[in-house]
Design a protein around this ligand. Structure first.
Ligand code: NAD
Length: 547
């Protein structure tokens, strides 16, 4: 696969070249290029290498006072010189991830209307119903392969940010490129504006979205349908990734399209896959089998049911009946253990209800169900208290303890607590990062179940194969491929995810494994290459200047 690169020949004047982010090289234009493209005199005379420009950017960033300023600086750079922007990000993706995405992007979304500078991606308001295809065709790139789209209703943990949610698809797509090399020219961030129920935004004279409450029901569904049809008509090879929709819409949208088009929801499926990757990593430490595990979830919302379902499907792939697999993934929410006699369960929770007497204490549930792992997705801090960790340690040689609630302040326990209360026996990973912990002279490095181990790789696999679908099994393949890359040295320190400093290599490995699955299942729209890893590497975007 060869990825077309923009050419300097298409611009007419030097001024145009300098103001086209796809063509601009800034001070890196050679003397010959400056003469040939009438750039002479428009730049200071010294010609710089890309490496020197990266070093200058690093220095400029270090001189700024806070991360929002760094976010804005990088955003301006993306508008000025796309190659340099990605060269900077790809020089150290782990360092730049928190600047272009979480946590900084959260503040950028909240302040969107007050810091708006330049257009990026597209905005489709519900007031334009009936004209979405016409509006989408205003996008200059005619071959779009990847869309990340939000309606801004559940932005990170910040709730309804209306049109300000635009920062999320923009930031997320930057990570598809920075962490797995998905070529940016094929990527399109989109914000669907269906109104906002955030009164503060509606009262703000600077608010940039539609001044109306959120549209719900049939009108909303028809708008989403029209959007999907317009994308299919204009960009038939495009994968749509739904991002930060509220549960009430996220689950039905995924159900409606997952078997019809190439699409996935990272909040649901990426989260489940990264948790499963952590479990596969944990099993490498304990030496146990997935089929022998029993998990007890604290929380029964979308994260819990999504993770529980993917674990159940992975167990079923090993030969277990799906009902028996689900019975090994018990949910415990604010009203206690989910059992069949409860009348308050939603449809998506019912498959996990146990035929068991009610239990209202989490410690009691541990003693009765004897789980090998507990997974916290309750949003409530400190619920994995000393009694909980001690109960898990009493029945397991190496208890799996995953407090996944974000941010750090909501984590069900800290790494220090888990390791201390279990006397170093816990196999630990969390949703938010924790620093290394020392117990009795041994250093433990806690892993972070960050979706970034999954989604860029999934994007690259889909891009390189032109897959027609994104299936649940692809996420199981991805989870295994993440866990494969944890070294013995990592495992010895308790680390069950690859270090984030290796995210690019890790993503290409995962992409290769998922691509092999796509080819084997006949989902690819390109012929199967002899060497799939080489095929993936050929498709990778490299931040080099156009000739
Ligand atoms: P949700 O609101 O849908 O679900 C929360 C669940 O917790 C509900 O079932 C609720 O009944 C239960 N709960 C609340 N208080 C409780 C209590 N005192 N005891 C027991 N259960 C209680 O939320 P969600 O979307 O499922 O997300 C949950 C958490 O998971 C969030 O903090 C989110 O940040 C985190 N998460 C982490 C990752 C990741 O690290 N990769 C990904 C997704 C979600």
């Amino acid at each position: 696969m060869s990825t077309p690169v923009p050419s300097l020949q298409i611009a007419e004047t030097g001024y145009e070249v300098l103001h086209n982010p796809h063509l601009n090289k800034g001070t890196a234009f050679s003397e010959a290029e400056r003469r040939a493209h009438r750039i002479e005199g428009l730049l200071p005379p010294r010609v710089c290498s890309l490496e020197l420009q990266i070093a200058r950017t690093h220095e400029e960033l270090s001189n700024l006072d806070n991360d929002l300023q760094r976010y804005l600086f990088l955003s301006d750079l993306q508008s000025r010189n796309e190659t340099l922007f990605y060269a900077v990000l790809m020089s150290d993706p782990a360092t730049f991830m928190p600047l272009v995405y979480t946590p900084t992007v959260g503040e950028a979304c909240q302040k969107f209307d007050h810091i708006f500078r330049a257009s990026r991606g597209m905005y489709l308001p519900i007031s334009a119903r009936g004209r979405l295809r016409e509006i989408l065709s205003n996008w200059p790139q005619k071959d779009v392969r990847f869309i990340v789209v939000t309606d801004g209703e559940r932005i990170l943990g910040l709730g309804d940010q209306g049109v300000g949610g635009a920062g999320i698809p923009i930031g997320k797509l930057a990570l598809y490129t920075a962490c797995a090399g998905v070529p940016p020219q094929y990527c399109l961030p989109i914000t669907l504006d269906v109104g906002t129920n955030n009164q503060e935004l509606l009262d703000d004279p600077l608010y940039l979205g539609l001044e109306r409450h959120r549209v719900r029901g049939a009108e909303y569904d028809a708008f989403i349908d029209e959007f999907v049809e317009a994308v299919q008509a204009l960009y038939p090879k495009c994968c749509i990734q739904w991002e930060d929709f509220a549960n009430i819409n996220a689950v039905p949208i995924l159900e409606r399209y997952r078997d019809k088009i190439c699409t996935y929801n990272d909040d649901i499926q990426g989260t489940a896959a990264v948790a499963l990757a952590g479990i596969f990593g944990a099993l490498r430490i304990s030496g146990q089998k997935l089929a022998d595990q029993r998990f007890l979830f604290l929380g029964g919302g979308s994260a819990a049911t999504g993770i529980a379902e993917l674990i159940s499907e992975a167990m079923a792939l090993q030969g277990m009946d799906i009902k028996a697999s689900r019975a090994r993934n018990a949910l415990f929410d604010i009203n206690g253990l989910m059992v069949t006699s409860r009348t308050d369960l939603a449809d998506f929770q019912k498959p996990f209800a146990l035929d068991h007497a009610p239990i209202s204490s989490f410690v009691e549930a541990i003693k009765v169900l004897r789980p090998t792992g507990i997974i916290g997705v309750s949003t409530v801090p400190k619920l994995f208290n000393q009694k909980v960790i001690e109960a898990m340690s009493a029945i397991n040689e190496r208890p799996i303890i995953f407090p996944y609630s974000n941010p750090t302040s909501r984590s069900e326990c800290t790494a220090d607590e888990a390791y201390r209360w279990s006397h170093g026996k816990a196999i630990f990973a969390s949703g938010s990062p924790f620093p290394p912990v020392e117990i009795a002279g041994q250093t433990f490095v806690p892993g972070q179940g960050n979706n970034v181990y999954i989604f860029p790789a999934m994007g690259m696999a889909v891009f390189a194969t032109e897959s027609t679908r994104v299936t649940e099994e692809m996420f199981i393949v991805a989870a295994k491929a993440v866990a494969e890359q944890v070294t013995e040295d990592n495992l010895a320190k308790g680390l069950i995810y690859p270090p984030q400093s290796r995210i690019f290599e890790a993503s290409l490995h995962v992409a290769g494994r998922v691509a092999a699955y796509i080819f084997d299942k006949g989902l690819a729209r390109v012929p199967k290459p002899a060497d799939i890893d080489a095929h993936i590497r050929n498709a990778v975007y490299h931040p080099v200047y156009p000739a």
